[in-house]
Write a protein that binds this ligand. Structure first.
Ligand code: AMP
Ligand code: MG
Length: 396
């Protein structure tokens, strides 16, 4: 449902060196062949291959060396029968030559100004020569739109002369915490209040998912404070994430709000633990996620729902995490009505991946998340799981 709504944001042009990790917003097509001149693949001598037709261990063929061709130089002489040019790897092949004989297969003789080289083997036409367009031909599609720009892609774009690249824009994400109990982190503690940690956790998650987060001041649990603010934030940002107020308590204002505002509620409950009271809504094509205030549920809601949505907004055609299997390291006797996503840690021994839950992951506890590198997915029903069983894990 979310991925049907989430579409790639408009593109922006960034300098190539700044494009790492982004997704290219155009098809990158080669405007020139690579290489664009005949290039030597070896250090050796450029010759005419046919001159070596009768070369053998007991019949060496000798060439006059007419030129030295370093990388970057344009050869002056044309190679004719009986002549050769000393050439370096990556240098341009001279006219007339059609092969390069490796330095190791030659014997050079210096006689004053005059250099000769002899060869005792036949060399095939085209040997150690990269023809024009042998790496990339002109007009070839090299990076389809939506490809992630990693190190190899950056090198390719530089080779193609793209000093700047159109990439999909990073989502600007507003983070709004609700709760009369919330204090800013530098406020002294007072009875009944807690410091807002969700906004900071989400800010890190948004950054990690390629977005630009902005923490908006938190709002107390009063419905009338939300309406204007939510609309305003949805206009100025690409995505809005709220936390808190989505359960069925007396002060759970987000639930009430999402029934009476101008947008469409997509869902307000999910079959998952933690995070079953999670809502998503859409208004004018923009998404709003109302995540639970429970830190563990908020974390899971972001990872399972918001992260893939944000990837799709950045042009990723397959934004969902790739799940794999791991061996569970301890019993998990708890029976669940809903699928449960427990934060865990993986280790590998003799090529086999093992996963252990990080303590008791009650959704209201923060500490179990420390050092987690995966969710362990516990399916609903059954008798729980035993140590040694295979479980699905999602990387974090
Ligand atoms: P709620 O979803 O508003 O019912 O909140 C569930 C629990 O999470 C309550 O114990 C809240 O105090 C706590 N909580 C809510 N918002 C935050 C937040 N921004 N940071 C840390 N804890 C929170
Ligand atoms: Mg609350």
């Amino acid at each position: 449902m979310l991925l049907d709504i989430a579409t790639a944001l408009p593109s922006e042009e960034v300098a190539l060196a700044q494009s790492f990790g982004r997704r290219i917003a155009v098809d990158a097509v080669a405007g020139e062949p690579v290489p664009h001149f005949r290039r030597s693949g070896m250090d050796g001598y450029a010759i005419r291959a046919e001159d070596t037709a009768n070369a053998a261990t007991d019949n060496s063929v000798t060439f006059d060396v007419v030129e030295h061709i370093p990388c970057g130089a344009v050869p002056k002489a044309t190679i004719t029968s009986g002549t050769a040019a000393r050439i370096m790897t990556g240098a341009m092949l001279p006219e007339g030559a059609d092969a390069v004989v490796m330095l190791e297969m030659t014997e050079t003789r210096q006689d004053g100004e005059h250099t000769t080289v002899s060869v005792k083997r036949t060399v095939a036409s085209g040997a150690n020569v990269s023809p024009v367009g042998s790496d990339v031909s002109e007009g070839e599609l090299l990076l389809p739109r939506g490809s992630r720009i990693g190190a190899a892609e950056t090198a390719l774009l530089a080779t193609l002369g793209m000093a700047s690249v159109p990439v999909y824009r990073k989502p600007k994400v507003a983070l709004l915490a609700t709760g009369t109990e919330l204090l800013v982190p530098d406020a002294p503690l007072v009875p009944g209040k807690i410091r807002n940690s969700n906004s900071y956790m989400l800010s890190a998650q948004v950054t990690d998912a390629g977005g630009v987060p902005e923490i908006i001041r938190s709002v107390p649990d009063r419905l009338e404070l939300l309406s204007g603010l939510v609309e305003e934030l949805m206009e100025s940002y690409d995505l809005l994430i709220t936390t808190g107020g989505v359960s069925v308590g007396d002060y759970d204002i987000m639930t009430d709000f999402l029934y009476e505002w101008g947008g469409t509620l997509l869902f307000n409950k999910l079959m998952m633990r933690p995070g079953s009271p999670t809502s998503a809504a859409v208004r004018d094509g923009k998404l709003l996620f109302a995540l639970s205030g429970n830190p563990g549920a908020c974390f899971a809601g972001f990872e399972l729902l918001v992260r893939p949505t944000m990837y799709a907004m950045q042009g990723d055609a397959r934004p969902e995490a790739a799940s794999s299997l791991a061996v569970l390291e301890c019993d998990f006797p708890k029976v669940n009505a809903y699928p449960r996503f427990i934060r865990g840690r993986r280790r590998t021994e003799k090529g086999i991946v093992y996963a252990s839950p990080l303590g008791e992951d009650r959704s209201s506890r923060l500490l179990p998340g420390l050092g987690a590198d995966c969710f362990i997915v516990i399916p609903p029903g059954g008798q729980g799981l035993s140590k040694g069983e295979l479980v699905e894990v999602l990387p974090l």
